[in-house]
Design a protein around this ligand. Structure first.
Ligand code: PLP
Length: 424
């Protein structure tokens, strides 16, 4: 697989280099030079998740990774299902929270850990990643205990749910976590600064596990196929998928699936009040506001990292950005959506509720809608219980970590301090 840096197309790397490096020169994102068109979509859809995913990732990554190795990587990463639940006649929920950390990031995080182990040789590696909630847990659990790989995770202090924090800040071992006294954008900026620091990069073998790493996005492509595969055949013609979006990695993966030939009519990017993209699609002006805290805190991102990849895909495929649906919900609207969903018989959490409501608002007659449920409701226990006036039992994975002490360090959003910490 050959990839180029979107900012500097002359910088070209193979899959192994892109996985190891994460970001290219000048913080440019790597993007595949070609994405094949698969002509056997129906055959693929008839296969079980694992086998199908091995074929999809094989087609994307190509000969660089031997088939047997790739098949083992996929088998080790995808150890849990992604069921499609029917909510009403033409509305389905793709449940992406059945992995070990109960969020969709388990797909990308676990596959990336496998990919990095496969391509790193004898190098020592430090994974530095920023999380607005769920990436941290997925990355920490995917890499926990892997030899010669150290993980450092930055998160905005007090701005992720206490349960989210417990899930990844209690592991210890090769996983270190830092609560940054600022917001997610500041955490992300620190990660970018670290990548720009060549000395630091070399000294600690810096790598990122954010959705900027191409291996994570490729893994996520597979569950869009799994969604369509579970639809009754007669409902596969006019499929619309609503993606709860923050950093826009998930949407990018969906667009890659469509590029491969998966029959998805259109996508909807659903956001909270951090609505840079919906406003951009309406006005043509890219004007990020200051990030605001919302109920769907994992989407509190006003400068979405993956947006250049979304635009690149639209441009390369000759698609019109005007065909990308989008809308933003306030917290009050999110709470109403969660209630409406519950009344319709489906228990969700704020991120999935936003995707559900925007989909309902924009779905047209004859279309089949799928909204992505990116986290288990219990990961947002406080807000779900308050809004729906009910009590949610903690799933075992959360309960176990909830009882352990937090091991995080605290730090100002100051690069000099972070650098000293990483070099220590
Ligand atoms: C629960 C949840 N939903 C949605 C998102 C947004 O996904 P993306 O950043 O790929 O747009 C995230 C990202 O952290 C998340 O954790």
């Amino acid at each position: 697989m050959n990839l180029y840096n979107i900012k500097h197309p002359e910088e070209q790397v193979n899959f192994a280099q892109a996985v190891r490096q994460g970001l290219g020169k000048n913080q440019g994102l790597f993007f595949p030079q070609t994405i094949p068109t698969l002509d056997n979509i129906d055959e693929l859809l008839a296969l079980p998740l694992l086998e199908r995913s091995q074929k999809i990732l094989g087609a994307l990554i190509g000969e660089e990774i031997p088939t047997d190795t790739l098949n083992t990587m996929v088998k080790n990463a995808f150890t849990f299902p992604a069921p499609l639940a029917q909510v009403s006649d033409n509305l389905f929920a793709l449940e992406l929270f059945h992995g070990p950390t109960l969020a969709f990031k388990d797909f990308g995080g676990r596959f990336m850990a496998q990919a990095l182990s496969a391509v790193r040789g004898d190098e020592k590696i430090t994974i530095l990643t920023a999380t607005s909630g769920d990436t941290g847990a997925a990355v920490a659990h995917a890499f926990y205990g892997l030899e010669n790989i150290n993980v450092v995770i930055l998160y905005p202090k007090g701005k992720i749910s206490p349960l989210q924090e417990k899930l990844f800040c209690t592991l210890g071992g090769n996983i270190r976590t830092i609560a940054i006294e600022s917001d997610f954008d500041a955490c992300q900026a620190l990660v970018k600064q670290a990548f720009d620091d060549e000395d630091l990069r070399q000294a600690i073998g810096l790598n990122s596990a954010n959705s900027i790493n191409i291996s994570r996005l490729l893994a996520q492509v597979c569950y869009y196929f799994e969604a369509v595969a579970q639809l009754p055949v007669e409902k596969r013609q006019e499929v619309v998928v609503s993606v709860p979006s923050g950093n826009f990695g998930n949407l990018t993966a969906g667009l890659i699936a469509k590029t491969l030939g998966l029959p998805i009519k259109r996508f909807i990017a659903s956001t909270n009040a951090n609505d840079t993209v919906p406003r951009y699609l309406r006005s043509g002006q890219w004007q990020p506001n200051a990030t605001v805290a919302t109920l769907s805190n994992a989407m509190d991102v006003s400068r979405p990292n993956n947006w250049p990849r979304v635009e690149e895909l639209f441009k390369r495929n000759g698609w019109a950005l005007a065909d990308l649906g989008s809308d933003a919900l306030s917290d009050a609207e999110t709470a109403l959506a969660l209630k409406a969903q519950y009344e319709e018989g489906y228990l969700c959490e704020p991120h999935g509720a936003i995707a559900y409501q925007v989909l309902k608002d924009q779905l047209q007659a004859g279309e089949t809608g799928i909204f992505l449920c990116t986290a288990h409701p219990a990961k947002f226990k406080e807000s779900v219980e308050r809004i729906l006036s009910l009590e949610l039992p903690l799933p075992e994975a959360l309960d176990k970590h909830n009882k352990l002490p937090l091991l995080s360090d605290t730090m100002a959003a100051d690069f000099a301090q972070l650098k000293a910490y990483l070099l220590a």
